[in-house]
Write a protein that binds this ligand. Structure first.
Ligand SMILES: [Zn+2]
Length: 215
């Protein structure tokens, strides 16, 4: 026999504050699966971030070729950069929008990342004499102050505490990249011309292809 529980507004508010939701078992299972999927995606992003930076010298040697080869340029690289600002939280490296009624997610691709790293904002001099690349930044949109961290692909040196550039410059490059990705997808929907699934490539596959070329 089911028991009907009367919950007053005060109790309801208290339960919501405690985030104690009453939900069906199916819903609970579905939420648990979603959590697991998110967790696996997070782990994969972490692994790929490490793979990308471990092979940064190789990737930069083939910079021009990657940028003009769509199956390389379109590889997802939203996990590479990390940014955040006071009051605004993490800077999204992916964007969701609606194209012809279809929800689409675009993110910083490998091509975009190389383009971002081509700008003066994202480059610093390393003590070894080579160029290091910014991979994390934080700051304040109000004061414009920022602090960033970079890595040198040559000596693998990590450089911290870079404070010489405005916070907005970092964010603008990411926004421009996402604008370009969004425009490209919208254009595909408008023209009805989409890339083929068989032309997709992963970071792992590209790195092994590039390494083979170096033998
Ligand atoms: Zn260096």
């Amino acid at each position: 026999m089911s028991v009907k529980i009367q919950e007053g507004f005060a109790l309801f508010s208290k339960r919501m504050d405690a985030k104690a939701y009453i939900e069906g078992e199916d819903e609970t299972l579905d939420n648990m699966e979603s959590q697991k999927i998110l967790e696996i995606k997070r782990e994969r992003d972490e692994r790929r971030r490490k793979l990308l930076f471990d092979n940064l010298d190789l990737i930069l040697r083939y910079r021009d070729e990657i940028m003009k080869t769509p199956r390389y340029a379109k590889i997802d690289a939203h996990y590479a950069l990390r940014g955040g600002g006071a009051y605004i939280g993490p800077i999204a490296m992916q964007r969701r929008f609606c194209a012809a009624g279809v929800p689409v997610t675009v993110g910083v691709t490998l091509g975009s990342l190389l383009e971002i790293w081509g700008t003066a904002t994202y480059k610093v001099n390393c003590s070894c004499g080579n160029t290091a690349y910014i991979r994390s930044f934080g700051g304040s949109p109000l004061t414009g102050m920022s602090v960033a961290g970079a890595i040198c692909p040559h000596c693998k040196n990590e450089i911290h505490g870079i404070r010489s550039r405005p916070f907005g410059d970092y964010v603008r490059q990411v926004m421009n990249a996402l604008d370009r990705e969004e425009a490209a997808v919208s254009q595909a929907f408008t023209s009805g011309v989409f890339g083929k699934l068989s032309e997709q490539c992963s970071l792992e596959k590209m790195i092994s292809e590039l390494k083979l070329r170096e033998i």
